[in-house]
Design a protein around this ligand. Structure first.
Ligand SMILES: C[C@@](CO)(OP(=O)(O)O)[C@H](O)COP(=O)(O)OP(=O)(O)OC[C@H]1O[C@@H](n2ccc(N)nc2=O)[C@H](O)[C@@H]1O
Ligand SMILES: Nc1ncnc2c1ncn2[C@@H]1O[C@H](COP(=O)(O)OP(=O)(O)O)[C@@H](O)[C@H]1O
Length: 309
């Protein structure tokens, strides 16, 4: 069969954001092993860049550069490669498609910020654009859910409620823009290990519900209210596996953060501050304290995966 002609453009650049969970309520494991969640995702301005270029039919190539590359799988376990193969298989029709993917990582690996999911989401969108496969956003999100629980949100972005195992996303009614300071650890945490520790610590958890105070705070747009309402059921499990995180959280609060939380399964600590000036002050002071490997500022909410060029 003849290989399809490269449609224009020949290369596509997609950018996808990191997430933090403003609320993460976790229930008892389901028969399939996943935990039912009621979560509020929030996309922040730290991005993965994924480039997709036309390649020979059936050729799926990957190059990864940037933050934490040594810990990124380069084989078919990589979420970006899996995304490309999945899209080609399900929506490629009779065409024998191929792609050369390049990921420029800025989101630390296994940090609780969904960097791998951002790569999967970005690769889906980049390949769909490159191969001229026109899919509705909800169809793309449905495909994303096959790659991982956080991938649909990486495509959606903004602030959104997540149900099911996290893959069932809907935009939340939210006002305002928030300033965050993110403190990264020296070593990642395994998401399955943190869920396992959650099970040990919570033999009989209550069914998860999105907290009303957090939704009210988001409707009001006041960072102080939001800071007080941040909640993460996985935080005790992450602290139990990485006790040093307690000091990071306490230090950020002592230095003026209006809220502090472990992001998802950790180990990144996210600090909410009042405004940009406070964000600059806190990031400088936290760096000086030496409690984290690296400290960065970010704002949220930002849009989900999007074509840049
Ligand atoms: C904890 C969260 C919070 O948003 O994110 P991270 O902090 O890892 O970024 C997510 O639930 C992670 O989502 P994601 O990293 O996409 O997980 P998946 O690839 O779907 O699943 C990886 C593993 O995590 C566990 N898992 C994941 C989701 C879920 N609702 N229950 C689970 O028990 C399972 O052990 C599963 O095998
Ligand atoms: N493109 C990718 N980038 C980073 N990690 C990936 C990628 N694809 C698969 N992974 C695997 O997913 C794991 C979790 O990755 P990541 O999304 O960075 O963290 P988290 O789930 O804590 O948000 C990594 O340890 C790695 O084995």
């Amino acid at each position: 069969m003849a290989s399809p002609l490269p449609p224009s453009p020949v290369g596509v650049h997609v950018r996808a954001p990191a997430k933090i969970n403003l609320a993460l309520k976790v229930g008892a494991p389901r028969p399939d092993g996943y935990h039912p969640l009621a979560t509020v995702y929030h996309a922040v301005s730290l991005y993965e860049d994924v480039f997709a270029e036309w390649a020979e039919p059936d050729e799926f190539e990957l190059e990864v550069t940037g933050e934490g590359v040594a810990d990124v799988p380069l084989d078919d376990n990589n979420l970006a490669l899996r995304a490309a193969r999945l899209l080609a298989r399900v929506h490629g029709g009779q065409d024998r498609l191929g792609v050369r993917l390049t990921i420029r990582k800025s989101i630390p690996v296994a940090a609780g910020l969904a960097g791998g999911s951002a790569d999967g989401a970005a690769a889906l969108l980049a390949c769909a654009t490159l191969w001229d496969i026109d899919l509705a956003p909800e169809v793309l999100r449905h495909l994303g859910a096959e790659l991982g629980s956080d991938v649909p949100f990486s495509l959606l972005g903004g602030t959104a409620v997540g149900g099911g195992r996290g893959e069932d996303v809907a935009p939340a009614l939210a006002r305002g823009s928030y300033h965050w300071v993110l403190a990264f650890g020296h070593q990642g945490l395994s998401t399955p290990a943190v869920y396992r520790r959650f099970d040990e610590l919570n033999p009989d958890p209550t069914p998860p519900e999105v907290p009303a105070d957090l939704m009210n705070a988001l409707r009001g747009g006041d960072p102080y209210e939001l800071g007080a309402a941040l909640t993460n059921d996985l935080q005790p499990a992450a602290l139990s596996l990485r006790p040093a995180l307690r000091r990071v959280l306490e230090t950020g609060l002592e230095l003026g953060a209006v809220g502090a939380i472990v992001s998802g399964s950790g180990p990144t600590c996210a600090f909410l501050v009042e405004d940009e000036e406070e964000a600059i002050d806190l990031s400088v002071s936290l760096s000086a304290e030496g409690v984290a490997r690296k400290v960065l500022r970010a704002t949220g909410p930002v849009v989900g995966a999007r074509v840049v060029a």
